[in-house]
Design a protein around this ligand. Structure first.
Ligand SMILES: [Zn+2]
Length: 254
């Protein structure tokens, strides 16, 4: 039986039978795969921690008819800190949910693999606004999976130098003032939000700590990305809804 060695991040886990699990792993060499981890729920199992959601490991696998089976695993980073904070846990749950929705089985996307890892590591960086980190992840992950929004020209008339007024989800990008006046609809976008989106798209995700984002720009970004993702992936995200509930509860307490 041919053994395959991959690096992977656990996106989700489903319990099977008494002590087994099937985990969904996003790997560097095989893309997204499902793998059985026999006995991994037994407390003495060597596979117990390496099959938890968010774990980043090196796996040795073999391929069955429809699933892979994990033979060995070595943890590279458990990302245990994600579980220590409810907000971080919700952000990262959303990231894994989004990646799962964005990817097909066996489709390799090394850029996305590296983006998830960097984003998880940046969750510990005090200098980074986590809300902005999440928006950048949304924008970059969509873009490298084939859904890059057009923010360089008007999506209707293709003019490069006209003032941008709105973001049209259906047209996949921004629309100029003139085309907006001519009856094209969308979400209003300020010049500062537009320049933030352009910055996020062309810059390494580590650099976003230099970004200063106003509350109104944050709100615009949130509405644009939420609707953009919902439209193209045809999905509502449970973790995102939970995040909104969490914020509302916190704000009521103030
Ligand atoms: Zn136009």
């Amino acid at each position: 039986m041919a053994l395959i060695k991959v690096q992977g991040i656990v996106l989700k886990q489903i319990n099977i039978g008494e002590s087994d699990k099937i985990i969904t792993i996003f790997t560097d060499k095989l893309g997204k795969i499902q793998a059985v981890a026999h006995g991994s729920r037994k407390t003495k199992s060597k596979l117990m921690s390496s099959t938890q959601t968010f774990s980043y490991c090196e796996y040795v696998l073999y391929k069955g008819r429809s699933l892979y089976t994990i033979s060995q695993a070595e943890i590279k980073e458990s990302f245990q800190f994600i579980l220590d904070d409810l907000y971080t846990l919700t952000y990262c749950s959303y990231i894994t949910e989004l990646v799962d929705a964005l990817t097909q089985d066996n489709e390799i996307n090394i850029e996305l693999f590296l983006l998830i890892l960097k984003t998880f590591y940046l969750m510990t960086d005090e200098a980074i606004d986590k809300e902005i980190l999440l928006r950048t992840f949304e924008l970059k992950s969509m873009s490298i999976s084939g859904y890059m929004p057009n923010v360089s020209t008007c999506s209707i008339c293709r003019a490069k130098d006209r003032k941008i007024a709105i973001f049209s989800i259906e047209n996949g990008g921004v629309i100029c003032e003139e085309c907006a006046r001519n009856g094209n609809h969308g979400i209003s976008i300020s010049p500062s939000t537009l320049s933030i989106i352009r910055f996020m798209l062309k810059t390494n995700i580590e650099k976003i700590k230099t970004l200063k984002v106003s509350d109104s720009a944050k709100d615009e970004l949130k509405v644009i990305m939420k609707n953009y993702i919902k439209y193209y992936l045809e999905k509502d995200f449970k973790s995102l809804e939970f995040l909104d509930d969490l914020r509302q509860t916190e704000n009521k307490g103030k």
